[in-house]
Structure formats: C-alpha cells, structure tokens
Design a protein around this ligand. Sequence first.
Ligand code: DGL
Length: 255
Amino acid sequence: MDSGTGGLSVLKEILKYDAELEVLYYGDLYNSPYGEKDASVVLDLTRNVCLRLVELGARAILLACNTATSAAAETLRKEFAIPIFGMEPAIKPAVLKNPGAEIALLATPVTQKEEKLQRLKKELNAENSILPISCPGLAGLVDQGDFEKAEAYLFPILEELKRRNVKAIVLGCTHYVFLKHIVLKLYPQAELFDGNAGTVRHLFRSLSVKVLPPDSDQGFDGRKKNSIHYQIELNTDDEDRIRFAERLLNDREGF
Ligand code: DGL
C-alpha cells in the first residue's frame, strides 16, 4: 500500500522477479498525500487501508511508503496478526559509501519529523551528516503526473546541493523514485539512493518466497518469467489519474 502512486515504484521492483506471488496494490489516492498530515491521521488512514487489505485476503502487508511506515508501522504490527513490512530511507548505504560526507535526505515532513528516522540517524552516528530536506507537495505532483512542476520544485533544491557540493542524495519517499530522471538531468553528478531494491529483497527473504533473480531467464518448472500476478486498486474515479498510474508502472524508459 501507499498513499498514492509512489508505492508503484516498489511494485515495479517486485515485478522484476519471477516468483509464486500475488500482489494487490492499494493506492489511497483519495487521501493522498499523507506526508503533510498529522502523524495520528496517517496512522488512521494506514490502518484503514490495512483492514481493507486483510478483508481482501492479504497474508502480509508492505507499507510501500516511508511516511506510513514512520507514522504507523510500529502500532499496526501490534494490532495485526499478519506480518507488516515497511520502508526506511536508504541513509545507511549512503553513509557507508560516503563516510564523513554531507548527505541530503529528501523526504516528506512526517518522515523527517518522526522518531523512527531520529533513531536510525543515531544508530548510524549520522545526526550531523544528514541534511534533511522536507518536500511538502512534491509527492502530490507525482500523483498528479505534473513532472514539469516537479522539475521546477527540485531545481532550487538541487542548485543549493551543488553549491554545497553534496552529491549523495537519498530519495526517502517512494514517490520521488519516479523523479530520478529529473534529478539526474538537473544534477548529473548526483549519487542517488533509495530503499526499494533492499526492501524487496528483505520482503522475499522474510516471507521465504522462492524467487529467481531479476536477470534470470528461466522460470520455475518451466513457467514464464514475470509470473507474479498483480492487481491495482486506486480509490479514485479520476480516469486521468488511473491512466497515469498505469503509465508509471509500465513505462520502462521514462522513469
Ligand atoms: N510515498 C510516500 C512516502 O514514501 C509519501 C507520499 C505522501 O503521501 O506524502 O513517504
């Protein structure tokens, strides 16, 4: 689940694999974006989506949203009987690869503020090297498919990072993963980090899902590659938004 279309970047990662798996994606577009709401509201919204997913037969849930994870994962893990996975901004690989350097973290205001991130920074001893950049409104632009406005939004941020010579940038929101090409166009020297690939590997390992790696050309028992079945539910009637979400998922070149 995600507040909107961002989690489709995680679904895209899942679909690179060949596995015995059924995925139901729920994008809460009606309530999107989550990142500028009160954490208690995000908890309620995330809980409602999880209840719906359980009703539909889910046996594990991935909060494919850093904001929902920050505000809700701990509580919902106590409330639900099935495993609940979450996302975490990929600051660990960024810090390990760039020891001592300043690292930019682009994330929603909720993710930046919540306790979960403060704990992670502390664990990594990175409280002073992480430059938090809250991006209210940016995820909403992705949901609206307004990449032009997203580029204008990112421009001054990236100019400032260039000025400070900050090259390592963590995309701490699953929506922003769809903006990678814009970030690299504006700042070709940037080194981007996101948690999608690591989260998906962790998910498969924890659930003991038998998978073939993304570059394998053989399916299990002769089955075809990419046999993961998926369904997308977006709680909106807006046909343009639904079409755009499909484009995000299927476009291999652009995003
Ligand atoms: N995709 C979500 C995340 O990873 C948040 C976007 C939002 O709803 O503000 O943080």
